[in-house]
Design a binder for this molecule. Sequence first.
Ligand code: SRM
Ligand code: SF4
Length: 519
Amino acid sequence: MVVAVNTTTTKKVKLNKIEKVKEAKHGLDVKEEIEKFAQMGWEAMDEDDLIVRLKWLGIFFRPVTPGKFMLRLRTPNGILNSQQLRTFAEIIERYGEDGKADITTRQNIQLRGVHLQDIPDIFRKLEAVGMTSIQSGMDNVRNLTGSPVAGIDPHELIDTRELNQKLQDLITNHGQGSYEFSSLPRKLNIAIEGSKDNSIHAELNDIAFLPAYKDGELGFNVVVGGYLSAQRCAESIPMDVWVRPNEEVLKLCAAILSVYSECALEEGLRENRAKARLMWLIDKWGMNRFRIEVEKKLGQSLQFAAPKDEITLEKRDHLGVNPQKQEGYSYIGIHIPVGHLDAEGLFEIARLADVYGNGEIRATVEQNFIIPFVANDRVEAFLAEPILERYRVNPTPLSRSVISCTGARYCNFALVETKQRAVKLATELDNELNIPSKVRIHWTGCPNSCGQAQAGDIGLMGTKAKKDGQVVEGVNLFMGGKVGKDAHLGSLKQKSIPCDDLKSVLKEILINEFGATVK
Ligand code: SRM
Ligand code: SF4
C-alpha cells in the first residue's frame, strides 16, 4: 500500500489511486517523453502514462475510440484568431471522418481523432500559433473563462483578456508546465467576469471574480467553492474579499492554489477524490479560517468585499448582430450546434473572421463562436454568406440554446448519447411548437455534469431507464436553473425518463411552463 507521511504531523495518509500514480511519477514528467511515446505507439505505453499522465499535456486516451485521442487546448477568455482556427482545421483534416473539433462548456477547444505519433508535430504547430494544451486535464486549473465580448462590449466594466492570459502564464509557467500549480488534489475552475451579465457562470466555479466598486474604485468581489460533480453540487459562496483588477488577482489565485495544494495531505484531500474539491476544504475550515490561511500565504491582509457586485444584467447568448462599444462596428454571434465542427467549418469561420472582421474569433460557454469587428456597412454581406445556412446567426428558440457535453460517442463515462440527440430533439420541437422565447436545455451524459444540467432552464442528465421491461437510455430531468444575475442551480424534478418518451415529456413542459403552443 502506498502511504504518504505528512511531515507536519507524521500522520500516515492513505493516498487514493490517482495520488499514487502522481507520487510514482509526476504528470508533467511525460512532457520529456512525448517523442518516445510517439515512436513506440500507444499500445506499448505504460497504462498510467497513457490513461492518467498524458492528461497533464491535454492528451486524452479515449477508451471508446482507442488510438484516436482527444486533445484539449487552453483558450483563456475564449480568445482565438483565424490562424489558430486554420491550424486546428489542418490538424484534424488529415483524420478524415474522425477529425472533429468541439467548443467546450468552458469556452475552449478540443480536437478529436488525433494519433499519438503526430503529437510532437501537432505541439510544434500549436506553439507556432501561440496555443498550448498543457495542464488542461486531471488535477489542474482548467480553461480560464471570461466574458466572450471582453474589450468590445458596451456594458463592459473591466477588460479581462490580459488578466486571464497572465493568469494562464502564471499557472502553466508560460505554457512550459508548472510543477508548483499542477498537483492539486483535484481539478479547479477559475473565471473572471468583466461585464454585467455573469457570462462565466461564477456560481459554478471554484474561484470566480465579479466586478464590484469599493469606495468608488472598480475591482472584483471574490466567490469560491462552486462546483458540480456526481457526488455533490455546490454554488460558489462569498469569500468576503475584494481585489484590484491587476496583479492582486494573480496573487490571490496563486495563494489559494498553494493553500489548497499544500494543506491537502494534512486535510485528507488526497485520500478520497470525491471529497477533494475546494469546497470541501472550505467546509472543513470555515470561510474565516480559509481566508486567514490565504492571507498567511500572501503575507498580507486582504480587503473585505465591496457591499455589492455589478452583475445587473440577464445573461446574453451573444448570437446575431450586436453593437460594439467601438462605433461603427458589430460583433456577430454564430450558432455552432452543440459546439461540434469539422475542418471545413473551422476553415469557413476563419475565413469569415478575416474577410469581414479583424481575424479575431471568440468562443463562448454556450459552445458558439463570435466574430468581432465587423464594420456595420459589411454586416449585410456577412449575413448573405452561404455558410450561415449551416451555422445560423438567428436560430430557433430551442436549437439556439441547446448545450451538450460530449456524451457516449467519445466519453466512456456517458450513460447516453447526447449531442446528436440534443440537436435532433430541439429541431423537432422547434418545428412542432411556437415557443415565445428561448429555453435553455442543457444535456449532460452522466452525473459529472460537464454539460451543466443544473444550470439549464431544463437540464437532462443521462441515466438508465426501463421501458417495456427493458433497460434503455434515459434521462433525469432538472428544472429551475438560473444563470446570469441572481444565478442559482436547478433541481431534480423527474427521474429515469426513457429517451424515447422524452419528446412528449418536453412538449408538455414547454406548453405548460414556457408558454409554447402547438403549430
Ligand atoms: Fe468535464 C470529466 C468533458 C466541462 C465536470 N469532462 C470529464 C472528462 C475528462 C472525462 C473523460 O475522461 O472522459 C470528459 C472528456 C470527454 C471528452 O472526450 O470530451 C469531460 N468537461 C468536458 C467538456 C469537454 C464537456 C463539453 O462537451 O464541453 C468540458 C471541457 C471544459 C474544458 O474546456 O476544460 C467539461 N466538466 C465540465 C464542467 C463545466 C464547467 O466547468 O463549467 C464540469 C462541472 C463543473 C465542475 O467541474 O465543477 C465538469 N468533468 C467534470 C467532472 C466532475 C468533477 C468532480 O469534481 O467530480 C469530471 C470527472 C472527474 O473529474 O473525475 C469530468
Ligand atoms: Fe463524459 Fe459525463 Fe462529462 Fe458528459 S458529463 S463529457 S458523459 S464525463
